[in-house]
Every structure is written in structure tokens, then in C-alpha cells.
Write a protein that binds this ligand. Structure first.
Ligand code: ATR
Length: 276
């Protein structure tokens, strides 16, 4: 029997997940069906209950339901627990096992695809929302020399720092204080704010970029965002958006569900919007 999976979100019409997972399934010979579900706000649990009752095996979770999924789970894997958010679920009888592959997807894209090792490097993380939370621990696990979290609302950056036990290399500040408190340049600057969704630019000093910086935009498919444009004009030699992170997190979920690791590179190439 064909196993059934889907992505759930609101809105969901622009999702790339069905394309990604059906491509993975074809490539690996897995017999799955992968669709998309739009749940009304406040209606996450009812839609998931119905999907499970119909025999659904697993879901990917996208905005704004990553916290609802966290609450819905009966068993949280380490990465989901630590990120405080869930982006993939597996259903086994009454059990709802939940994980979060966003952070590992990001790290795999940066280190494997972009060949930019994090160990020993200075990392600047812009933002302290859900996306930044998912990224922080997987980045720290790579043993960077230092991670500075910078956020518009400084308190949120400080709370994020304070939640982590190993604080030696983890710092938090606001955009105005950054150039004095933790002067650039950084080897890796990740934009995990949602500013680019509104075509906005976080108030970032150009001194964070240098001729050795990878500027990584988590948003994907928008070409040169204001953040990437700033990085380029400040001389950052490498620019990337989140298309690789999207495909890599999907590959981790696929491996978890099906026990086979798909190839990601052809799909990343297919989905890439040129950064020009
Ligand atoms: P997500 O789940 O996408 O991370 P979120 O949890 O709402 O969304 O967090 C959005 C992040 O983007 C926050 O860090 C937010 O800063 P505040 O905590 O100060 O609100 C940041 N953000 C959004 N728009 C921004 C802008 N124009 N400039 C700088 N930061 C911005």
C-alpha cells in the first residue's frame, strides 16, 4: 500500500515540499504519496487528527504551526526539544514522534554543499525568533570560535543566550551596540530574521562583512534580498540563500521516515533562483 505523507501550514500554496519529496521518492524507488494540507489558524490538531485517521504516516510542519506540532507530539526527539519547535512528525499507532531538521539542514548546506567549515570560525546570527532558535544549537555543535546573536529586541537575544548552558562562546547584543561590543568581520553571517519576507533590511553594520565572509540568507527563492545585496556591496565573496537548507532538511526527514538518504544536489540546482 502507498504510504501517505504531507506538509501542513497556512498559507501552503507556494510550498515546494511535495515536489521535493516526490522527487526523492522517484529517485529512491519509494512508494509514497505526498500532498499538502492547509489548516485554519487554531485548527492544527483537528486537521492532523483527520490525516492520521486516514492512515497518514508522517507530516512536515511549516509556519505557523511549528509550536502547535510541539504541543501535539507525544515524543520529542532531542533537536525538537532543544529548538522548542517541530518540523517533522512520524505516526506510529497512538505515538506521535516529533523532530526538527531545520538546524541540521542549515549546517549540512553550509558545510557540505557550500564547503564552509564552521569549526573555529566567528559566526553572527541575525534574529532571535523561531528560525534562529532552530539554527543555534546545531551551529554550536560544530564548535565555532564564537557565536554572536544580534536582534532588534535585545531581550530576546539575551534570553536565547541564557537558555544555553555552554555560554563561553555565545554572546548576545542589539544592532546598535554590535560594532562596539563585538566588532566584525565575521566568517559566517546568517540572516535568520524574517525581514526579507517583507523586503526589509535588518539594521546591520557593513563592518560585519569582509573578503572572507559567507553571507547566508535563510529565506529562499527571492534572488538577491536586501541582506544579500548589502553583503555583496560590502565585499562578501560568497552569498547563499536557504534553498539548500530547505532541500537538506527535507532529505533528513525522508531518511527518518523511509530509511534511505536521497541525493540533494540535483534538486538544489533545479530550485535555485540565481542570486543576481
Ligand atoms: P521566524 O519563525 O521566521 O523566526 P519570528 O519568530 O516571528 O519568525 O521571528 C522573527 C525575527 O525576525 C525576530 O528576530 C524579529 O526581531 P524582533 O524579535 O525584534 O521582533 C526579526 N525581524 C523581523 N523583521 C525585522 C526587521 N525589519 N529588522 C530586523 N529584525 C527583524
Amino acid at each position: 500500500m502507498t504510504d501517505s505523507y504531507a506538509v501542513i501550514g497556512n498559507p501552503i500554496r507556494h510550498t515546494k515540499s511535495p515536489l521535493i519529496h516526490t522527487t526523492f521518492a522517484r529517485q529512491t524507488g519509494q512508494d509514497i504519496d505526498y500532498g499538502s494540507l492547509e489548516a485554519p489558524l487554531g485548527g492544527f490538531a483537528a486537521v492532523v487528527d483527520r490525516f492520521r485517521a486516514g492512515g497518514g504516516c508522517g507530516l512536515n510542519i511549516t509556519a505557523p504551526f511549528k509550536l502547535d506540532a510541539f504541543a501535539y507530539a507525544t515524543e520529542l526527539k532531542e533537536a525538537a526539544r532543544r529548538a522548542g519547535a517541530v518540523n517533522a512528525m512520524k505516526f506510529e499507532g497512538d505515538h506521535v514522534i516529533a523532530d526538527n531538521f531545520d538546524g541540521i539542514g542549515l549546517v549540512n548546506d553550509i558545510q557540505r554543499n557550500l564547503e564552509w567549515p564552521i569549526k573555529g570560525r566567528r559566526v553572527l546570527l541575525l534574529g532571535a525568533g523561531g528560525a534562529a532558535h532552530g539554527a543555534l544549537l546545531p551551529i554550536l555543535e560544530q564548535q565555532p570560535a564564537e557565536v554572536v546573536i544580534v536582534n532588534r529586541t535585545v531581550r530576546r537575544a539575551e534570553e536565547m543566550r541564557d537558555q544555553i548552558a555552554t555560554r563561553g562562546t555565545l554572546l548576545a547584543t542589539g544592532f546598535a551596540e554590535l560594532p562596539h561590543a563585538h566588532p566584525g568581520p565575521f566568517d559566517l553571517v546568517i540572516n535568520a530574521t524574517s525581514a526579507s519576507q517583507q523586503d526589509e533590511l535588518p539594521p546591520i553594520d557593513t563592518g560585519v562583512f569582509a573578503a572572507t565572509t559567507l553571507a547566508y540568507e535563510m529565506v529562499y527563492g527571492k534572488g538577491l534580498t536586501p541582506f544579500l545585496r548589502l553583503a555583496k556591496s560590502a565585499g562578501a565573496p560568497r552569498l547563499a540563500d536557504g534553498v539548500g537548507m530547505l532541500v537538506e532538511q527535507a532529505a533528513e526527514a525522508f531518511l527518518w521516515w523511509r530509511g534511505v538518504r536521497p541525493h540533494t544536489r540535483p534538486l538544489i540546482e533545479h530550485l535555485t533562483v540565481p542570486l543576481a
